[in-house]
Design a protein around this ligand. Structure first.
Ligand SMILES: Nc1ncnc2c1ncn2[C@@H]1O[C@H](COP(=O)(O)OP(=O)(O)OP(=O)(O)O)[C@@H](O)[C@H]1O
Length: 305
């Protein structure tokens, strides 16, 4: 008999730190479903990347990432460059679980395990920028040094936006900057406030930021906010809360497979909510690159599109 093997990579510090306690029961459920299963607790930043690479070397059939968006991002970074890529299951345990939300995977360990054991999967697009991979969003804008000095980690670009909206006095720290943005043969060469390269449609709690983003079409949703004054910026940010920003004259919204962003001055890159170095950046959509276990409801949604 061909026994399937699963490797659970979990972040013991994620969210409410609840996973370790549940691990024996989760292992038991995988065993009962016919998997030979083992687990790895991540030890710190970057460890989930190495754990995922090790799982590839050991030819696991399935990798399960239990944690928040940070853990899933690292696991994807460990898998994306490999020729052999195990199927990936998600158990959302983090403070932010945007990607799980985009896939309609519930924040309930047993229900998330049910989805993996049901064995329905879908190949999904992954974003690449320079040498990093992302599943939700990447983006940038010229911020005064404030952003990454703030002690609480800012989760996504749009999380930064929400952050700025909470503290209106912080708003002036987003400054316009000149950038040349090339996408699929087109060029935008002007002053911008920020740009977002969205792969999934659920980012930072703004579920309507890129409402049409599909995870299987091979395209990013590129959203660029042109240079605005403070009043316009606040107006557009509040439009974005209800998904009414895309038709605004100050917003450029296109679908693209390849995007290059070359700013004239220092501009920070944000990848799935983490600081990702400085631009320039070359973004590429890797169409249907990693196979994820998804719930029935998500399969139906993709079928309908
Ligand atoms: N044992 C560990 N101790 C401390 N940090 C860890 C450990 N293992 C992983 N990490 C780091 O924690 C980061 C965040 O993890 P994750 O997204 O899973 O959880 P979260 O609860 O949503 O995040 P956070 O606690 O930062 O709000 C990961 O990117 C990883 O670098």
């Amino acid at each position: 008999m061909n026994v399937k093997r699963a490797r659970i990579i979990y972040n013991p510090t994620s969210g409410r730190e609840a996973f370790r306690k549940e691990l024996p029961r989760v292992l038991e459920r995988f065993e009962q479903a016919g998997y030979e299963t083992s687990a790895h607790a991540t030890t710190g930043e970057g460890d989930a990347i190495e754990a995922a690479k090790t799982a590839v070397e050991r030819r696991y059939d399935v990798v399960v990432a239990a944690g928040g968006d940070g853990t899933i991002n690292e696991v994807i970074n460990g898998l994306a460059e490999q020729d052999y890529r195990p199927k990936l299951g998600i158990i959302p345990m983090g403070t932010t679980n945007d990607f799980a939300r985009a896939l309609s995977i519930p924040r309930d360990i047993d229900k998330a395990v049910d989805i993996i054991l049901k064995d329905q999967s879908l190949l999904l697009d992954i974003g690449k920028v320079n040498d990093h991979y992302f599943m939700n969003i990447a983006g940038g804008g010229k911020l005064t040094e404030l952003t990454y000095d703030v002690p609480s980690k800012l989760k996504t670009m749009i999380g930064q936006l929400a952050y700025y909206m909470k503290g209106i006095e912080m708003l002036p720290s987003l400054k316009p900057a000149h950038a040349r943005i090339e996408y699929d043969g087109q060029v935008i060469d002007e002053d911008i406030m920020l740009f977002l390269v969205s792969n999934s449609n659920s980012v930072g709690g703004f579920e309507k930021l890129a409402p049409d983003a599909s995870l299987t079409d091979g395209y990013f949703d590129l959203i660029i906010l042109r240079k605005t004054n403070l009043a316009e910026f606040i107006r557009i940010a509040s439009l974005a809360l209800r998904g009414a920003h895309l038709e605004d004259d100050q917003v450029i919204y296109v679908k693209a497979k390849k995007i290059t962003v070359i700013p004239d001055e220092k501009m920070q890159l944000n990848i799935d909510g983490e600081y990702g170095g400085l631009l320039p950046g070359e973004f590429e959509n890797l169409k249907q690159h990693i196979e994820f276990f998804v719930p029935e409801s998500h399969l139906k949604k993709e079928d309908a599109e």
